[in-house]
Design a protein around this ligand. Structure first.
Ligand SMILES: O=P(O)(O)OC[C@H]1O[C@H](O[C@H]2O[C@H](CO)[C@@H](O)[C@H](O)[C@H]2O)[C@H](O)[C@@H](O)[C@@H]1O
Ligand SMILES: O=c1ccn([C@@H]2O[C@H](COP(=O)(O)OP(=O)(O)O)[C@@H](O)[C@H]2O)c(=O)[nH]1
Length: 738
């Protein structure tokens, strides 16, 4: 393995130009940057992203200095113009994806201009990555600003290993499907080999969207996209536990003498109003964080439990964020007013109920805040993870302190010993605040002990290494396929054998092999190119071409008129040699159909989008157009019902691609194909895409060149990715003279 390339919208550092035209470098705020920074500092990685400043705002004279500062932290800048920042960052990222993925549909804008910018900037990031990418590198793409990046990288570098981690929630498919560009976004993400989420719920929502919108099959947590398997999994992000714990210990051992306003406030609290308890609130100023409701709840708490007036204080840090987006501006105004109103209503000479800071704080001050607060009140209406909750627990070196946490934060899935609340339930919030303030110390310690143990073990390092390990395994599982990809070398050898052969026979499955699937099976007739291709093959000397399909003989006969090829229909029931009539390959009866048909009909009634196809000797129940999950559930149910019914009738149920077919047991494609091998062939070729073709692969002689279309489990010797590749291969065959 080579190096790891981390890619995120924002680098862990923020560049600013001061009024005196000097460069100022500060750490970026936000969980992604703070969390991932530790992983980056420890390992062999480079980090590609934006410095947080517009290209035009960097004076020429400072450009070199900026690059050097970024380089010092093993980072590579992607520069964005102010127009790109407006449309890509404030626009599509934070006025479309962010609100939509956090269920704020009323704030979600669908602006085609912003979408265009989003695509263009994702391409820009792709170029920056590709420029530095060696074949054995691993690319780890982060978050919702870069949803298209995995696919853009994959297009240029098909074999590279790409991981993607989504730091925010992935919404229910009912919400996600409102996005006009939903297919493109999903395909963008599926460019990765492994897609990570903080929680299982987000992962499930994603997989359901993939299944419903793109109609890809999902097998547990794997998506089969035809030429690749993409896996998804949940990896709850941890924090750099040691860093926070150690800093808090140091803070305790040597109280700092610095004179910042926050320090003054904390000193005042400590030495003057010692009996007042502190409730802490820290977030980026974002409408998803539930800050306004939190302030309201605090006001209501003071009303409902007046004995706490002058005995408790809310210390609130709101970090400026995405200030160009109108909702953030409005929220700022609302919070200012709310704080003013509550302080105005309850304040006394000795007591201000809320201390409010609107700025980012240096790390040391954060530690002071965490370490000095009796309760942390974290009430987002939606939050991908929320690292603040974890950081608060990590800094409680004496294990006291109470965490109140919204069940809507990803962190709530892990931090069960916190007091978990519904952020929309005011009564519950205020009663929980009381409970927290009155919780005996032993109980606080009991809870925090468990929480700290988990956070210490599953820290950010572990999170990153688990993701990387899983990414490697996903990649390796491709190698575990028994069949081999029909690559150029093997193809060359195959063409030589084809040319040299005296007698060739080719068994070609139809749907999913020669022709892509369509919703209505009777519309999947061969196109002119295909007719021409198969015709040319059939005309080759010493070449017997057999289309072997589950289709009924009437359809196949109509589609393949006047060509020098043979047909086998209904999975081997009928055979039509060149220029001859159809003949039965076995003696079969179809009297059972009148008993089975009514059962299938009840399934059609109960499962919208499904239908029955009736053939001479078989019945097929198609569910390609049904809701994919319901289709699978009903297919399993139907299989079970049929199993009991048919066992004594010499029938079997074949599970094809979105179809269940009931047919006579003695018939299958392998048996029918073998019957044609009376003459000796020195080149036997069989190709097919689904389970019914496995009979061909297992029952034909050993020297058969068997090829599976798609990367599924198979007994075929080789696999090939899709219909286009099949046609290209057959075209080569057709062009080989002899
Ligand atoms: O870059 P900004 O627009 O200033 O926003 C800051 C970051 O906010 C989001 O953080 C998320 O990631 C955290 C860590 O996984 C998670 O705890 C939190 O719930 C998320 O909201 C955003 O996802 C990042 O891309 C931003 O950089
Ligand atoms: O003044 C501040 C306030 C917060 N943070 C950090 O910002 C991150 C916030 O991450 P979280 O996951 O809670 O939410 P996000 O802002 O990413 O949505 C945490 O690591 C905090 O330590 C910071 O660096 N400076």
């Amino acid at each position: 393995m080579g190096k790891t390339i981390i890619v995120s919208n924002r680098l862990p550092l923020q560049i600013n130009i001061t009024e005196n035209n000097e460069l100022e470098v500060t750490p970026s705020v936000g969980g992604l940057a703070t969390g991932l920074k530790s992983f980056h500092q420890e390992g062999d990685s480079i980090w590609i992203g934006w410095t947080g400043i517009a290209e035009e705002d960097i004076p020429d004279a400072l450009e070199k200095e900026v690059i050097q500062e970024v380089k010092n932290q093993d980072c590579i800048p992607v520069s964005l113009t102010s127009d790109e920042i407006e449309k890509f960052y404030y626009g599509f990222s934070n006025r479309t994806i962010w609100p939509l993925f956090h269920y704020f549909m009323e704030f979600t804008e669908f602006d085609p201009d912003h979408w265009e910018a989003y695509k263009a900037v994702n391409k820009k990031y792709a170029e920056a990555v590709i420029e530095r990418l060696d074949d054995d590198d691993v690319v780890w793409v982060h978050d919702y600003q870069l949803l298209l990046l995995p696919e853009y990288i994959r297009r240029k570098k098909p074999n590279v290993t790409i991981g993607f981690f989504n730091h925010i929630p992935f919404p229910s498919s009912e919400v996600f499907r409102t996005l006009p560009w939903r297919e493109e976004v999903l395909r963008g993400m599926l460019g990765a080999d492994l897609i990570g989420f903080h929680t299982y719920d987000y992962e499930r929502h994603f997989l359901r969207s993939v299944n419903r919108i793109l109609r890809y099959d999902i097998n547990f947590n794997s998506v089969n996209i035809g030429n690749r398997i993409v896996r998804s999994d949940s990896f709850p992000m941890g924090i750099d536990y040691k860093k926070f714990h150690k800093a808090a210990k140091e803070h305790k051992d040597q109280p700092r003498s610095e004179n910042s306003d926050i320090q003054k406030k904390l000193d005042y609290h400590k030495y003057v109003t010692r009996n007042t308890k502190l409730i802490l609130s820290i977030d980026r100023l974002d409408y998803t964080k539930g800050i306004a409701n939190r302030i309201r709840a605090f006001g209501y708490f003071l009303e409902k439990y007046p004995e706490y007036q002058e005995k408790v204080r809310l210390i609130m840090l709101a970090v400026p964020s995405r200030t160009n987006v109108p909702q953030y501006q409005l929220l700022k105004k609302e919070i200012d007013e709310l704080v003013g109103r509550i302080n105005g209503k309850f304040a006394t000479i000795n007591w201000t109920p809320i201390w409010y800071f609107y700025r980012a704080m240096p790390f040391e001050n954060l530690i002071d805040l965490y370490a000095s607060s009796d309760v942390a009140l974290i009430t987002p209406t939606r939050d991908g993870m929320n690292l603040v909750a974890k950081e608060y627990i990590a800094t409680r070196t004496d294990q006291t302190g109470v965490l109140i946490l919204s069940e809507m934060a990803g962190a709530a899935h892990e931090l069960n010993e916190a007091l978990i609340i519904n952020p929309n339930n005011f009564e519950q919030i205020v009663d929980t605040m009381k409970m927290a303030l009155e919780m005996p110390e032993e109980e606080q310690i009991r809870r925090n002990k468990i929480l700290q143990k988990r956070l210490k073990r599953y820290n950010v390092e572990r999170w990153a290494s688990d993701f990387m390990k899983s990414l490697r395994e996903t990649k390796d599982s491709r190698k575990a396929f028994k069949s081999i990809q029909l690559n150029d070398n093997i193809k060359k050898d195959l063409f030589d054998k084809y040319s040299a052969a005296q007698h060739r026979i080719l068994f070609l499955d139809y749907d999913g092999t020669l022709r892509k699937f369509v919703d209505k099976p009777d519309e999947a007739h061969p196109d002119a190119d295909l007719l021409d291709l198969i015709g040319r093959l059939g005309e080759q000397k010493n070449t017997r071409v057999v289309i072997i399909s589950g289709r009924d003989k009437e359809t196949l006969g109509n589609w393949w008129k006047n060509l020098p090829i043979e047909l086998i229909s209904e999975h081997g029931v009928w055979n039509r040699p060149v220029d001859k009539e159809w003949q039965l390959t076995e003696n079969l009866n179809n009297s059972w159909m009148s008993t089975v048909r009514p059962v299938l009909e009840t399934f059609v009634d109960r499962t919208p989008g499904t239908f029955i196809e009736e053939k001479n000797f078989s019945l097929a129940w198609h569910y390609r157009k049904a809701n994919p999950e319901l289709g699978e559930v009903r297919a399993n149910e139907l299989s079970a019902v049929l199993k009991d019914m048919i066992s004594n009738h010499g029938l079997s149920v074949l599970q094809g691609n979105k179809v269940l077919e009931i047919k006579n047991s003695g018939v299958n494609k392998g048996k029918a194909a073998n019957k044609l091998l009376v003459e000796k062939y020195d080149f036997i070729f069989a190709i097919g895409d689904d389970w019914t073709d496995e009979y061909l692969f297992t029952e034909l002689p050993d020297h058969t060149v068997s090829v599976k279309v798609g990367r599924n489990k198979t007994e075929a010797k080789y696999f090939i990715d899709d219909v286009d590749e099949v046609r290209a291969l057959l075209s080569e065959f057709a062009s080989l003279t002899r």
